[in-house]
Design a protein around this ligand. Structure first.
Ligand code: P61
Length: 459
């Protein structure tokens, strides 16, 4: 037999393992009730395969672990800070680094510095923490992503693109009311969808014309660059990352994602005045400007992880694993967001459970059902995550009602992906039995993290 294709494998082998616990269906039925049907409220000991998030769940490399031993835990001027600063300058190209404990720390600081009450912040789809910090600073988020991004079935290769006409309308109609445009690469809530370089260049031109800054959410910029490489221009991921960043004035970063760490983040900017304001603020909320809430060893792990994250073979295996899972589900006719994203596969809960109206939180209910079936933990990304309008208190009713299967980096094997896919198929075949949920406890901020639910009919 002649092979017409050759498989590839992960560019690493496994040195340390962490046992997983398998529970019974009866056990999980109790656990999900105790957790108020919210997968965020499960104990991780009760989870078999944890696809809640790719945030902070990365497996670090032996080099990163070795770096942890080089942690310089000085209060001020830790050598690991300088290593991180050099790395951020070299890999992303920004002049100033302000470390923070994680991404939202950076979002808080940049929002408070740049936003005045009544301002508008256009962006390529909301992200929960990003929008909340914009609102807490008195601003209002305006969605300027292309319409295809709100359609799970659209196979547009760059669903993270900005609708330039929409953006222009916001900029023209609100002179001096737009402190910056916020662009995410890739777009988490759209299903891990990338923005094209071509579109980003056009956004840069447009914002420059209006004298408005462009701030990047660089949390998954290397995954975005991988898609740019595959779908747009065949250049190394590292080069593309650098180019994306060069089109922006600064970035917020959660080092818990692309940079392959378990904790950490930063704000990076080119402007000296903004950097000075940020250093003034970081000491109030995060820690000294040379650690920002991270220990020296954390900063070392992030610095080393950043370099690993922009390697082509790493990214091929990382995104390749997500594609493998997605393709399996697609082949079985299970409704997922297309194209398959960079950090996870997103189930289209509206199409999966057409009999459950959005008011009854179909994605929340589907995530609970998947957990009960197999112990696989996923996350709701629909009406519960979208929350309420900050000024009217009305619930947002997003077009996308999704369940996210986020894949931690370098953690699970192909067999784990198979087990996951088989569980989703079982739940799909039995979908008629899944009912809706009503919220019985609703926290004020980021309600999805701690909300509790009950079935509308006994399940
Ligand atoms: C996640 F359910 N993401 O995807 P921090 N920007 C972007 C993120 O994806 C992100 C942050 C900023 C998480 C954790 C999480 O509604 C949720 O380091 C594109 O988590 O502070 C985080 O970075 C914030 C899960 C956050 C959520 C908010 O799983």
């Amino acid at each position: 037999m002649r092979l017409n294709r050759r498989s590839w494998a992960e560019p690493y082998k496994i040195k340390v393992v962490e046992p997983l616990r398998v529970t019974t269906r009866e056990y999980r039925e109790r656990a999900i009730v105790d957790a108020g049907y919210n997968t965020f409220l499960l104990r991780s000991d009760d989870v078999y395969i944890d696809l809640l998030t790719d945030s902070g769940t990365n497996a670090m490399s032996d080099r990163q672990w070795a770096g942890m031993m080089l942690g310089d835990e000085a209060y001020a001027g830790s050598r690991n800070f300088y290593h991180l600063e050099d790395t951020v300058r070299r890999v992303y190209g920004y002049k100033h680094l302000i470390p923070t404990h994680q991404g939202r720390g950076a979002e808080h600081i940049i929002s408070q510095i740049l936003i005045r009450p009544g301002d508008l912040i256009p962006g390529n789809m909301y992200f929960t923490t990003t929008r909340l910090h914009q609102e807490l600073a008195g601003g209002r988020f305006v969605d300027v992503i292309i319409p295809e991004a709100h359609d799970p079935a659209s196979e547009h290769p760059f669903k993270g693109n900005v609708d330039l006409a929409k953006l222009e309308q916001v900029l023209r109609g609100n002179p001096a009311r737009v402190p910056y445009v916020s662009v995410a690469a890739t777009v988490n809530m759209a299903g891990g969808q990338p923005i094209s370089l071509e579109n980003l260049r056009a956004v840069r031109q447009l914002t420059a014309l209006h004298g408005v800054r462009l701030i990047l959410d660089a949390t998954r910029v290397a995954e975005n660059a991988y898609f740019n490489q595959q779908r747009e221009v065949d250049r190394p991921v590292a080069e593309l990352v650098r180019e994306i960043c060069s089109l922006t004035d600064g970035c917020t970063m959660s080092a818990k994602k692309d940079p392959l760490a378990n904790i950490g983040g930063f704000l990076a900017v080119n402007d000296d005045v903004i950097a000075e304001s940020a250093r003034n603020m970081v000491v109030i909320y995060e820690g000294l400007h040379t650690y920002g809430g991270m220990s020296g060893r954390d900063m070392e792990a992030v610095a080393i992880g950043i370099d690993e994250s922009v390697q082509d073979d790493h990214m091929r295996a990382r995104v390749g694993q997500v594609q493998y899972l997605g393709q399996k589900l697609r082949d079985w006719g299970i409704p997922i967001v297309l194209p398959i994203g960079g950090h996870g596969v997103f189930l289209d809960a509206r199409a999966f459970l057409p009999h459950v109206p959005q008011e009854l939180c179909p994605a929340q209910s589907l995530a609970a059902a998947i957990y009960v079936d197999s112990g696989v933990r996923t996350m709701e990304r629909g009406v519960v995550s979208a929350g309420r309008d900050a000024s009217t208190g009305e619930e947002h009713m997003p077009q996308l009602e999704l369940v996210r299967l986020a894949i931690p980096r370098r953690v699970y094997t192909q067999a784990h992906m198979d087990v996951t896919a088989e569980s989703i198929l079982c739940v799909y075949e039995d979908r008629g039995r899944i009912g809706g949920l009503k919220m019985v406890y609703e926290p004020k901020y980021l309600r999805f993290f701690q909300a509790r639910f009950e079935p509308t009919v006994r399940q």
